[in-house]
Design a protein. Structure first.
Ligand code: TRH
Length: 388
């Protein structure tokens, strides 16, 4: 028996990840990270099927959008759409964020003697119901196939979060040795006394004007870094400039805004490591901000019937659980205001007061979320279980 298990264990080396880009960069951002990690740290053969190369190329400029098949960083990247040519399925098939697999791929899976491990990798949530659904099987209505739900998460009993082995040590090295060079590259020559650096990545309905106003009237000087392709009209109108260029520095009283390019994922991590506060959104940047250890503010992806409000509350209650009541309040009210519930200008000064303490708190938070293992390793372990 042990021999057979070992053999199966060794055989599950070919992985297919299917990614359907719904909007924005999060779907492909997450899948690209996962694919690279499975190759680099686990030596697996990974094909990343993606239906939108143009969006992919924004976060990975080295990608050739004309090529339907290419190899990058050890990952085979393949374009897919409705005209999917039948191929031999891999040993493990990841359907990212419940994207629908091509019909003939599913039929090909059913034709195999040994069923592939078919995983529906779900969206991240801190809600408790995911504990009941993580690893649940779902049987195909008429084919001999079973799909398993796999939920990323923050607590034991979930699939954990994406985290590369060397990310945290790279962060320390970068902050100790490379930060100054990074800022020079971003076009900033000098930091004002006590100036807070802030990175800004948000959805259109976030109250940007309120944030800018709060920074202008605050005693604490602030420099906000914004990728050029994400600058909203609100910012242009606020500063009275048309289409600000990369490298441009806008100023109003205590507030400076620095226009930076949209960075690749590696450089974006460095930006998060180097800022004091990171405004992030969606899923992937939200997680990267947590690994940065800096204070962060989440703009949650808006969902139908305001389902995202429950998600926001669930994460806030988990994350702030061990904070002092004052710190918890400073986070709670600012995050709620940033997501449309409350006045940001009333909450900003209090949050700013807690920035250093939040950084201390985040060290414990990181220890907590790291303790359940990283998502890629947890996926591999699940795919190798005997009963599957
Ligand atoms: O772009 P997002 O809003 O993505 C997603 C998608 O909308 C998805 O459909 C939705 O379901 C999900 O949100 C909740 O935000 P996210 O998830 O943070 O992804 C952004 C990616 O872009 C992430 O991989 C980081 C990367 N990025 C860079 O590489 N460079 C940059 O300069 C910036 C600002 C981001």
């Amino acid at each position: 028996m042990a021999g057979i298990t070992a053999k199966l264990y060794l055989m599950k080396i070919r992985w297919d990840i299917f990614c359907s880009v719904i909007d924005n960069f999060g779907d492909i951002g997450f899948c690209w990270r996962l694919a690279r990690q499975l190759v680099k740290e686990h030596g697996l053969e990974v094909k990343l099927w993606v239906n939108d190369l143009a969006t992919f190329s924004v976060i990975e400029p080295a990608l050739d959008v004309e090529k339907e098949q290419q190899r990058m960083q050890g990952v085979e990247i393949c374009f897919w759409d409705e005209d999917f040519v039948r191929v031999k399925p891999a040993d493990v098939v990841i359907e990212a964020f419940a994207c629908k697999l091509p019909d003939n791929y599913v039929l090909a899976m059913a034709d195999l003697v040994q069923q592939p491990v078919w995983i529906n990798l779900e969206y991240l949530s801190a809600e408790y119901w995911i504990l009941d659904c993580h690893h649940l099987p779902s049987f195909h209505p008429y084919l001999p196939l079973t799909k398993y739900f796999f939920f990323p998460g923050f607590v034991a009993g979930t699939g954990g979060l994406l985290l590369e082995k060397d990310l945290l040590s790279n962060r320390v090295t970068f902050n100790n040795f490379s930060q100054d060079a990074f800022w020079q590259e971003m076009g900033l020559q000098s930091r004002r006394d006590g100036e807070l650096y802030i990175s800004l990545f948000h959805y259109d309905d976030a109250p940007i004007k309120d944030l800018l106003t709060a920074c202008v009237i605050s005693d604490v000087p602030v420099c906000i870094f914004i990728p050029q392709n994400l600058i909203s009209d609100v910012i242009s109108i606020f500063f009275g400039v048309n289409s600000p260029k990369v490298g441009q520095l806008l100023q109003s009283s205590n507030l400076r805004v620095c226009i930076i390019p949209f960075l690749d994922q590696k450089r974006y991590d460095q930006l998060l490591w180097a800022c004091d506060i990171n405004f992030v959104r969606g899923e992937d940047s939200f997680i990267r901000a947590q690994w940065s250890g800096r204070a962060f503010v989440w703009n949650i992806y808006p969902q139908a019937e305001k389902a995202h409000q429950d998600k926001l509350k669930a994460f806030l209650s988990l994350y702030t659980k061990s904070m002092s009541p004052e710190m918890a309040k400073s986070v709670f009210y600012l995050w709620q205001a940033w997501n449309g519930n409350g006045q940001l200008k009333n909450t900003w000064p209090n949050f700013v007061e807690h920035v250093a303490k939040l950084e201390e708190y985040n060290k414990r938070w990181i220890k907590q979320i790291i303790s359940i293992g990283d998502l890629a390793s947890n996926l591999i372990e699940f795919s190798r279980k005997d009963q599957i």
